[in-house]
Unconditional design. Structure first.
Length: 312
């Protein structure tokens, strides 16, 4: 247990060119009702006014690290912050997301009441670029506390800005994967490594805010409901036998990839991008040529290319 004069919780905030949202994000951190917190902000060499804002308005209240060169990978600033953390618990926050005041206190109480669970998350409000609440992300669809590996293997339903983890678990499973192939997928890969080993806790409340901003990496790479699932993430995980072997059969991971490919095929086709849709359909066909849905969606897409839908 942390000494009374030591922080119990470390808030790790990674940022890059998020000056527009930083004040809102950091004000939410400093509004937390939990009294024993430290805050570490790692700036991945922003070129906007982020560093000036942090130093001018928050400098005395947090530890600020500015990387000399942009890494281009969210894993890097997160890992830098996590290695500096002194808290028994570590919370992560993307710099365009936010927390409600009880976020940390509620989740610390949950983990202290469940000593066998080293990791928990919560529901998030979904925000637009202007901080308008659009709804609850994954409302009613998050698995209850326990073993959620099978569900997580099909879809990444955990939001990094709602996560609280015991420091001991970081030592056990390691930090975020900095391989460039996992850019914007590093949190999913990390969640899978955790869920392979340990139960995942759910605090059944909306405690954080997740921003659906068009400039965000997740929006570019694939985001929940605004875009179909990230097929490349599932392809990478299918190859990672060290993560899933012994927990689910290979067909479970392959089905997750195929479902993502079919989602992409339908999504792009419905938006008039038949060529892109066909690319995903062919990928699905190469992966499972005997799957009826692959042929069905592929032929629909091919037909759209041959006879384009008329535009009014």
């Amino acid at each position: 247990m942390a000494a009374p004069d030591q922080p119990l919780v470390t808030a790790c905030v990674g940022t890059y060119n998020r000056e527009r949202y930083l004040r809102e994000t950091l004000d939410g951190v400093f509004a937390q009702t939990h009294p024993r917190m430290e805050v570490i902000v790692v700036d991945d060499a922003s070129t906007d006014g982020s560093a000036r804002l942090i130093e001018a308005e928050y400098g005395s209240r947090l530890q600020f690290v500015r990387l000399p060169k942009n890494s281009g990978r969210p894993a890097v600033p997160r890992n830098v912050a996590a290695r500096l953390a002194k808290g028994e618990y570590v919370a992560f926050l993307d710099s365009d997301d936010g927390w409600y005041p009880e976020r940390v206190a509620r989740q610390v109480a949950f983990l202290e009441a469940h000593p066998d669970i080293p990791f928990c998350h919560a529901y998030c409000h979904l925000l637009d670029e202007d901080s308008k609440v659009l709804g609850v992300r994954h409302e009613g669809a998050l698995p209850p506390t326990g073993d959620c590996f099978r569900e997580l293997a099909r879809h990444c339903f955990i939001s990094i800005s709602s996560v609280l983890v015991r420091r001991s678990l970081l030592d056990e499973v390691g930090l975020f994967n900095e391989d460039p192939r996992y850019r914007a997928r590093e949190d999913y890969e990390w969640f899978m490594r955790i869920a392979r080993r340990r139960p995942v806790g759910l605090v059944d409340a909306v405690l954080a805010r997740y921003r659906r901003a068009s400039s965000g990496i997740s929006q570019v790479e694939g985001a929940w409901r605004t875009r179909p699932q990230d097929a490349e993430a599932h392809r990478l995980l299918l190859k990672r036998r060290d993560i899933w072997e012994g927990r689910v059969p290979r067909r479970h991971m392959k089905d997750a990839l195929l479902n993502a490919l079919e989602e992409n095929t339908i999504w792009w086709r419905d938006r008039g991008r038949a060529g892109r849709a066909l690319w995903f359909a062919l990928w699905a066909w190469r992966t499972a040529p005997a799957r009826p849905a692959v042929w069905r969606e592929g032929l629909k897409t091919l037909g759209r290319l041959i006879v384009p839908r008329s535009r009014t």
